[in-house]
Write a new protein. Structure first.
Length: 250
């Protein structure tokens, strides 16, 4: 199954969970993709388990035993474990939403995006993979899944963090400085287009790094481009003003 087909197959259920449970659709899809190998893992094919949820002592439904990879002291090891079994993917998604309501994942519901939600559940111990949060973030960025969150945002109880408020202010600042296109040297702006192309992926990586360092500052590909554009706009305006001053232009 292609990533596009997989996303389309579970998109509506993920959006329903965002509206009803406050779990970002981008996170639900990205985690399902990561855990199920885009629907192709043995556990998913045989048991419709999209999220690798194990059958603990409190699980009363069907279950299956299968080999899985666990990280012990950062080292990957293969072990056998019992996992939950579902009649279909929708049942897996609904149980996943219920599973995340456990107290240890409470901090995730204070996150303002799918990326920060993913880092929060990783910190809470959802998986033993030390790079789990980063892997979820990469799936969200690569496939533009954050756009789905916006589609359900009006009726979704996802809380906006102070970091995301800061992001909005940065984007507003970028819009103001875009006015500089009318006064800056056109040649500089052509060069700036190339600079934006180079800066955007670096800013995106800094957004991921901020998660690892503990101060969540989620950055989408679109926002990275805007921030890079803002940097170029400010630089061009300063260069223009300095050049005019040196030339005695008032």
């Amino acid at each position: 199954m292609s990533p596009e087909d997989f996303i389309n197959a579970i998109k509506e259920s993920a959006l329903t969970c965002q509206k009803g449970d406050g779990i970002p659709a981008s996170f639900t899809i990205a985690q399902a993709a990561l855990e199920s190998g885009w629907g192709e893992s043995r556990l998913t094919r045989e048991s419709n388990n999209l999220f690798g949820i194990k059958a603990d002592s409190g699980w009363t439904g069907e279950r299956t035993r299968i080999a899985t990879t666990e990280y012990v002291a950062g080292v990957a090891r293969t072990v056998d474990a019992w996992f939950r079994k579902y009649p279909n993917w929708q049942a897996s998604i609904l149980d996943h939403a219920k599973f995340l309501k456990e107290a240890r994942y409470a901090a995730a519901f204070k996150a303002g995006s799918g990326v920060t939600f993913g880092y929060a559940i990783a910190q809470a111990g959802y998986a033993t993979d030390p790079n789990y949060g980063t892997k979820i973030a990469r799936v969200i960025h690569t496939h533009g899944l954050a756009n789905l969150d916006a589609a359900a945002s009006e009726s979704t109880p996802v809380i906006q963090t102070s970091q995301e408020n800061l992001m909005q202010k940065l984007l507003a600042l970028w819009s103001v400085f875009k006015v500089g296109e009318s006064v800056a040297n056109p040649t500089l702006w052509k060069t700036g287009a190339i600079t934006v192309t180079l800066l955007s992926p670096l800013i995106l990586k800094l957004g991921d790094l901020s998660q690892v360092l503990g101060f969540a500052l989620p950055v989408t590909e679109q926002q990275a481009g805007m921030i890079a554009g803002g940097i170029v706009a400010i630089t061009n305006i300063v260069v223009h003003l300095v050049a005019n001053k040196d030339m005695g232009v008032h």
